[in-house]
Design a protein around this ligand. Structure first.
Ligand SMILES: Nc1ncnc2c1ncn2[C@@H]1O[C@H](COP(=O)(O)OP(=O)(O)OP(=O)(O)O)[C@@H](O)[C@H]1O
Ligand SMILES: [Mg+2]
Length: 244
């Protein structure tokens, strides 16, 4: 599903590298968590995977395809939910979703069916014709996810999909991710919430300072380190100093 080998990235004018030989892999169609504290390199990694940022070295593969050489094929088969809301604030949810769906080449009929289906699933049907700027934080996050789902990608990559939302929105989003996975799709999601990932993920990779700290199945990692939570695993391996 995802394979990174020796990924390197230093942003222009940056003092330090953001990725320092990051290598990790997730097996097919699992729910995978790319975890780490603020500044660990999660968004940089996602940006490389979706072609927004070019790595200085190493390789990245999604669904067995190279992110540079097979970019066009990959785009059709994955959906990426960015950390920041990527919707036009003055347009309504339906207007945003129609615009995005058309970029994916969906027919009007299929697009309208999916827009209605997902607005309902994410509890936004009553606000379908409200401008995004009038949405609450949780509603924006939910709409942001729908925008990457309209073409029903076989792999969904989400950058902090539960950041800054209330417990109801959070539960809804996590339930959706489990259902989407059960329907046969792969999920890669980033978070700094280790407890959330412990409950959700089949496989996780913890990164820090642009490097892999540890990867594996949450239960096995906890057993190996005799820790009662992923948070303990992380603190045991990295210490507790502030990251930024
Ligand atoms: N465009 C940029 N230019 C320069 N430095 C950047 C840029 N984007 C990120 N960085 C730096 O790269 C490092 C990794 O940042 P990144 O956003 O990938 O981390 P993250 O794990 O997603 O953090 P967060 O949990 O806060 O979202 C940080 O030190 C950050 O300051
Ligand atoms: Mg980030």
């Amino acid at each position: 599903m995802l394979q990174l080998q020796q990924l390197e990235k230093t942003y222009k004018n940056a003092v330090e590298p953001s990725l320092r030989g990051l290598s990790l892999s997730f097996s097919s169609t699992c729910i995978a968590g790319l975890l780490g504290p603020n500044g660990a390199g999660k968004t940089t990694t996602i940006s490389i995977l979706c072609g927004l940022v070019k790595a200085d070295g190493g390789s990245a593969r999604l669904l067995g395809l190279d992110v540079l050489q097979d970019a066009e094929q990959i785009k059709k088969r994955i959906g990426v939910v960015p950390q920041s809301i990527a919707l036009y604030p003055t347009l309504t949810a339906v207007e945003n979703l129609q615009y995005i769906g058309k970029l994916y080449g969906l027919s009007s009929r299929l697009l309208n069916t999916r827009i209605n289906q997902y607005l309902q699933l994410f509890g936004l049907e009553k606000s379908a014709h409200k401008a995004i700027r009038h949405y609450s934080g949780g509603m924006k996050r939910r709409a942001n996810i729908i925008a990457s789902l309209l073409h029903e990608p076989e792999l969904l990559i989400l950058d902090e999909p539960t950041a800054g939302v209330d417990v109801q929105s959070r539960n809804m989003i996590l339930q959706f991710l489990q259902d989407y996975h059960r329907a046969g799709h792969g999920i890669v999601y980033t978070s700094h919430l280790l407890e959330e990932a412990q409950q959700l993920c089949d496989e996780i990779a913890i990164i820090d300072h642009g490097q892999l700290v540890v990867q594996g199945r949450p239960k096995e990692l906890m057993q190996n380190l005799q820790a009662s939570s992923l948070e303990q695993v992380f603190l045991q391996l990295t210490g507790s100093s502030l990251r930024d």
